[in-house]
Design a protein around this ligand. Structure first.
Ligand code: ADP
Ligand code: ZN
Length: 531
C-alpha cells in the first residue's frame, strides 16, 4: 500500500492526470484521497457538483484491489460505468436490473482481478450472506465507497432501509477503508451517518456549502404558473432548468402549460411508466434548453452542468431538500437562479400531510421542525445565503446575490396586526369553541359579510372589521410570518389556526413582531378573487 506522502501522493496525482485528464485536485479532494489511500475511513460532505466521485475513484485506482461503490442510483449505474470505461477504467456493476449473463461476466472480472471499480446496489449487500457478499469475500477490496450516505438517516428525505445494513461492512472487512459521501450537511445528519455506518473514527471532511453562483430568491406565491412563465421568458429564455412541483398532477399540468406557452418542457414523476421517464431524463441530459417539470423523484445523481435555473412551485419539506434540489443549478459555476414561490396554502397542506402521516409523535415532530426551518428561511429579512449556510453550521456574511441582499425588504413592526389576528383566533376559540382556516379570520378582520360569516354570526365578534387597513394579501403575509416565527400553529385536515404558548407573548404585548414587507403587486387578473 503506497504511503500517504511521497510515492503515494505522486501516484494519486498521476492517476488524476493520466486517467481523468485533470491538472489538479479541487478543494478537499487531495486531503480525502491521501487519507483513504493510506487506509483511513472518511466522511466527506461536499455540495452537489463539488467533485465527490474522484474522492473514491482515485484511491480505488491507487490502492490494490477493487473499489466497491455502494450507490442507490441503479438507473444511473450503467451511465457511470460507461463513462469510466470511456476513460479506460475497468468498471462494472451488479444490480437487479441485470441479466444472468451480464452478472456472470462482472463476477468473473472481479474474481480474476480485472476490475478497478465495482458499483453495487445497497440491497444486494443486505442480510450479510447475500450472493454479492459471498462474492466480495473471495476477492481483494481496495475500499468501500458509500455514496449518497444520507440515505441512512432515518428522518431524512431520502431514507433507504437497505442502507442500515451497511454497518456490517465494518464488521466483515475491518481493515478495508470506507469513505461515506453526501451533499446533505446538517450536523445532526453527519452524526447519524457516522453512528449508523459505524464510522465514529472516520475523519470528517466538510467543504464549504456555499454555491456563490446561485442566486436565491423566494417570492410570495400569487399566480405561480404565470410567475414562472415571467421568470423563464425574461431571465432564462432558451435555458435548461428544472421546475419542482409537489404533486404528480401539478407536474403534468405545469408541463402542459409551459408547452402551450411555447416553452419546451417534459414531465417526470413516479406515476409515468419507466420508458417515458428514461426517455425524458435522457432528453433532458442530452438536448439543449429543455425544462424538466418534476416531483422530487427527479434529480439525484443527475450531472448536467448547465442547468440555469431550479424553480420550486411548492414549498420544499425541509431546508436540506431545498438546498439539495437548488444545488442542481449551475454546476458549471456560471450564474444560475434558484427561485421559489410559496404561499400560506403550502404551509396548510404540508401541516395536513404531517398530521396525517403514519409515523409516531417523535417522527411527526421531526417533520414539523424541518418545515418550521424552511418557513423561517422564507420569511427571513436577512440574507438568504447567510440563513441557508447557518442551517448547515457555516458562518458567512451578506452575499449580495440573493433577493434580500439585492432588494432589501423593509421589515415592519407588525405587532398590532399580529395582535388583531391572534385575538380573532382567540375569540373564535374561547367564545365560540371554534377553529377555522386563515381565510375566515381574514374575512372577519376585513369585515366581509360572507355566507360563512353570516352563518356563524362572526360579524358580532369585536374584531369584525378592525383590519381594513391591510389588504387580503398583506393579512396572508401576517399569518405566514406568525407561522414562520412559531407564534401561531396550523393543524389538522382543514388547516385550522390555533394559538400556542408563544401566541400569548404577543397578545400580552411582551414582544414585537417584525415582518417582511413584500412589494405590492399589480392587481390580479385571476386567482382567488376578493369580493
Ligand atoms: P458530485 O458527485 O460531488 O456532485 P462530481 O464528482 O459529479 O460531483 O463532479 C462534478 C463535476 O466536477 C464533474 O463534471 C467532474 O468531472 C468535475 N470535477 C471534479 N473534480 C475535478 C477536478 N479536480 N478538476 C476538474 N474538474 C473536476
Ligand atoms: Zn444575500
Amino acid at each position: 500500500v503506497p504511503s500517504p506522502t511521497g510515492a503515494g501522493t505522486d501516484a494519486a496525482l498521476e492517476v488524476l492526470r493520466r486517467v481523468f485528464g485533470y491538472d489538479a485536485f479541487r478543494g478537499d479532494q487531495r486531503a480525502v484521497v491521501d487519507h483513504v489511500v493510506a487506509g483511513g475511513d472518511a466522511l466527506v460532505l461536499m455540495p452537489t457538483g463539488g467533485g465527490k466521485s474522484l474522492c473514491y475513484q482515485v484511491p480505488a485506482l491507487v490502492r490494490e484491489g477493487v473499489g466497491v461503490v455502494v450507490s442507490p442510483l441503479i438507473a444511473l449505474m450503467q451511465d457511470q460505468v460507461d463513462a469510466l470505461r470511456a476513460l479506460g477504467v475497468r468498471a462494472g456493476f451488479l444490480n437487479s436490473s441485470q441479466d444472468r449473463e451480464a452478472r456472470r461476466e462482472v463476477e468473473q472480472a472481479f474474481l480474476s482481478g480485472d476490475l478497478d471499480l465495482l458499483y453495487v446496489a445497497p440491497e444486494s449487500l443486505g442480510g450479510g450472506s447475500s450472493p454479492t457478499v459471498r462474492l466480495l469475500e473471495r476477492g481483494r477490496i481496495a475500499l468501500f465507497a458509500i455514496d449518497e450516505a444520507h440515505c441512512v438517516a432515518q428522518w431524512g428525505h431520502d431514507f433507504r432501509p437497505d442502507y442500515l445494513t451497511l454497518s456490517m461492512l465494518h464488521e466483515r472487512w475491518p481493515d478495508v477503508p470506507r469513505v461515506a459521501l453526501t451533499a446533505t450537511a446538517t450536523s445532526a445528519t453527519h452524526a447519524e451517518i457516522a453512528s449508523r455506518l459505524k464510522l465514529e473514527d472516520a475523519r470528517h471532511f466538510v467543504a464549504s456549502f456555499d454555491r456563490p453562483n446561485i442566486q436565491y430568491r423566494i417570492a410570495p406565491k400569487n399566480e405561480p404558473r404565470k410567475q414562472l412563465l415571467d421568470l423563464l421568458r425574461t431571465e432564462h429564455p432558451g435555458d435548461a432548468g428544472i421546475v419542482y412541483c409537489l404533486s404528480r398532477a401539478s407536474v403534468d399540468k405545469t408541463a402542459e402549460f409551459l408547452v402551450r406557452s411555447g416553452i419546451p418542457a417534459l414531465p417526470y414523476h413516479a406515476g409515468l411508466d419507466q420508458g417515458t421517464r428514461a426517455t425524458n431524463q435522457s432528453r433532458f441530459l442530452r438536448e439543449d434548453g429543455l425544462v424538466m417539470v418534476a416531483t422530487i423523484a427527479f434529480g439525484m445523481g443527475i450531472d448536467k452542468p448547465d442547468v440555469r435555473f431550479v424553480a420550486h412551485l411548492d414549498l420544499p419539506k425541509s431546508v436540506e431538500g431545498y438546498y439539495q434540489e437548488t444545488g442542481r443549478a449551475g454546476r458549471d459555476g456560471l450564474p444560475s437562479t434558484a427561485w421559489l414561490a410559496y404561499g400560506l396554502q403550502d404551509v396548510v397542506q404540508q401541516r395536513k400531510m404531517i398530521d396525517s402521516s403514519e409515523g409516531d409523535l417523535a417522527h411527526r415532530r421531526g417533520l414539523a421542525a424541518h418545515l418550521d426551518a424552511m418557513l423561517a428561511l422564507c420569511e427571513t429579512v436577512e440574507c438568504r445565503r447567510v440563513r441557508l449556510l447557518a442551517y448547515f453550521g457555516q458562518d458567512s456574511g451578506p452575499c449580495g446575490n440573493c433577493d434580500t441582499c439585492l432588494t432589501p425588504p423593509e421589515s415592519w413592526d407588525g405587532t398590532i396586526p399580529a395582535q388583531k389576528l391572534l385575538s380573532t383566533v382567540l375569540r373564535l376559540q374561547r367564545e365560540r369553541g371554534q377553529s377555522f382556516g386563515a381565510g375566515q379570520s381574514i374575512d372577519i378582520l376585513l369585515g366581509r359579510r360572507t355566507e360563512k360569516v353570516a352563518q356563524h354570526a362572526h360579524d358580532e365578534l369585536t374584531t369584525f372589521g378592525i383590519g381594513t387597513d391591510l389588504s387580503e394579501s398583506q393579512w396572508r403575509g401576517v399569518v405566514r410570518a406568525l407561522l414562520a416565527q412559531g407564534l401561531l400553529t396550523v393543524q389538522g385536515e382543514y388547516g385550522t389556526l390555533v394559538l400556542n404558548e408563544a401566541s400569548g407573548t404577543v397578545l400580552r404585548r411582551e414582544r414585537t413582531v417584525l415582518m417582511r414587507r413584500e412589494p405590492e403587486r399589480p392587481a390580479r387578473s385571476s386567482g382567488r378573487s376578493p369580493r
